[in-house]
Design a protein around this ligand. Structure first.
Ligand SMILES: *Cc1c(COP(=O)(O)O)cnc(C)c1O
Length: 234
């Protein structure tokens, strides 16, 4: 198979993203290695994931359930940690509950319930994050901040899943806006919900273009696609 990218380029990209993460930790006065890298491999071939995994990248993020399932089958010989980060549909929850270690995009109870029920009992509870529509964009995924405490409270009761934190995809900041503001807002929500939840420790925010701003505001899981695997054309 023709690869869309040379392995040397892929590994150089991962090194460069890792260097940026470590530099952002230092700049923010945060402990070394306090931020983890999720490599977002949507639309990219399984063979690139294999190469990245062989070189130490453990966690991969996918947006489409069927694509993730196909890749998980092709890569079943590797102990990959799969994260589902895309919009969730009821008819795809069984695949996700089976393949994944993490889901970042919980935004309604019905889906959380299905994931909990469908999580195989021999696996650890599925780690989940609630996605927050932090920029209050109409018709975007995520709960509005004011609906978050109630949803978190209900998700807490589900035995097959473990509520670990929050995720957001802020709207692109206009030049007049502070690019850190939405990340700060998400961190404040996470801090307040975390007060009586000992395992509520994960803040998934920051992508290729804004990982530094997200880490400055407390991100500990950044989701990087383009700067690792190159631009997506489909
Ligand atoms: C595609 C995607 C990313 C990666 O974005 P890049 O800008 O390519 O780094 C991160 N998070 C989510 C939810 C995505 O869908």
């Amino acid at each position: 198979m023709m690869l869309s990218m040379m392995p040397t380029e892929l590994l150089a990209n991962i090194s460069e993203v890792t260097r940026r993460i470590r530099a952002a930790e230092v700049a923010a006065g945060r402990p070394k290695n306090s931020v983890s890298l999720l490599a977002v491999s949507k639309t990219k071939p399984a063979e690139l994931i294999r190469i990245a995994h062989q070189n130490g990248q453990i966690a991969f993020g996918e947006n489409y359930a069927q694509e993730m399932q196909e890749k998980a089958l092709l890569l079943a010989d590797l102990p990959i940690e799969w994260h589902f980060i895309g919009p969730l549909q009821s008819n795809k929850t069984a695949v996700i509950a089976t393949c994944c270690s993490w889901v970042h995009s919980i935004d309604r109870l019905k889906i959380a319930r299905r994931l909990s029920e469908q999580r195989p009992p021999d696996k650890h509870p599925l780690n989940v994050l609630i996605q927050v529509n932090i920029s209050r964009e109409p018709s975007k995924s995520g709960v509005l901040p004011e609906a978050l405490p109630d949803l978190a409270y209900q998700v807490d009761t589900l035995p097959g899943i473990s509520l670990r934190g929050l995720m957001a995809i802020p709207a692109p900041a206009s030049s007049a806006e502070d690019p850190r503001a939405p990340f700060k807002a998400l961190r404040e929500l996470k801090d307040s919900l975390g007060l009586d939840r000992p395992n509520f420790d994960t803040l998934s925010m920051g992508m290729s273009a804004d990982l530094e701003a997200a880490i400055a505001e407390g991100a500990n899981l950044v989701r990087i696609g383009t700067d690792i695997f190159g631009a997506r054309y489909n």
